[in-house]
Design a protein. Structure first.
Length: 196
């Protein structure tokens, strides 16, 4: 059985297979470039969002005239020393208030969002959030402080007026600001490390 060959010695069906293969290969490269471009754009968008995690929200074009009974009001407290935020939500505290009334009544908060569905008020507080037990010096006395989760005010958990722990100079400076811990047990472990 003999097969036909063209002038170059190639079987005509093989040309079609080769051309089809080259076309599929080219289409694969083109699709890869397009997919890679959209993946790169998504990655760049995610990177930009992660670099600016705190963006001020602009009030919606459809602003409400006043806070409704169904409007969720978020009270955001940002703590400067640990960088954490506490958010408390309710639907009662600001009912009937306009943007001007909110700003005049809650002067230590910044109005971040005001729509019929949601109002966001944010304030910055110097201190540590309620998640931390903070070892610090208060009027020269070593104590543990904590922030109350409801009032957002610090209170003294315990003090060590007769503490005989000798801290290195760097730790002395840290104690002026406060050293945060997640539990009282961690503070005990810290004392054991300083004593040794």
């Amino acid at each position: 059985m003999s097969t036909k060959h063209d002038r170059n010695g190639v079987v005509p069906g093989a040309k079609r297979i080769l051309a089809s293969g080259l076309m599929l290969f080219s289409m694969g490269i083109a699709c890869g470039i397009l997919a890679g471009g959209s993946f790169l754009q998504q990655e760049m968008k995610e990177t930009a969002e992660s670099e600016n995690p705190v963006q001020q929200e602009e009030p919606s074009a459809e602003m409400a005239a006043a806070v409704r009974e169904t409007t969720v009001v978020e009270w955001i407290t940002a703590f400067s020393l640990c960088g954490h935020e506490c958010v408390v939500s309710d639907t009662e505290s600001a009912v009937g208030m306009t943007t001007t009334e909110l700003q005049n009544t809650y002067r230590d908060y910044e109005l971040r969002l005001f729509t019929g569905e949601k109002v966001k008020l944010k304030r910055e507080v110097q201190g540590w959030c309620p998640e931390h037990f903070v070892l610090m010096k208060d009027d020269g006395v070593l104590c543990v402080m904590k922030t109350d989760a409801e009032t957002m005010l610090p209170y003294k958990v315990t003090s060590f007026p007769n503490a005989s722990v000798v801290f290195p100079q760097e730790e002395q400076e840290n104690l002026e600001i406060g050293i945060p811990f997640d539990s009282l047990a961690e503070i005990d472990m810290y004392f054991e490390g300083v004593d040794s």
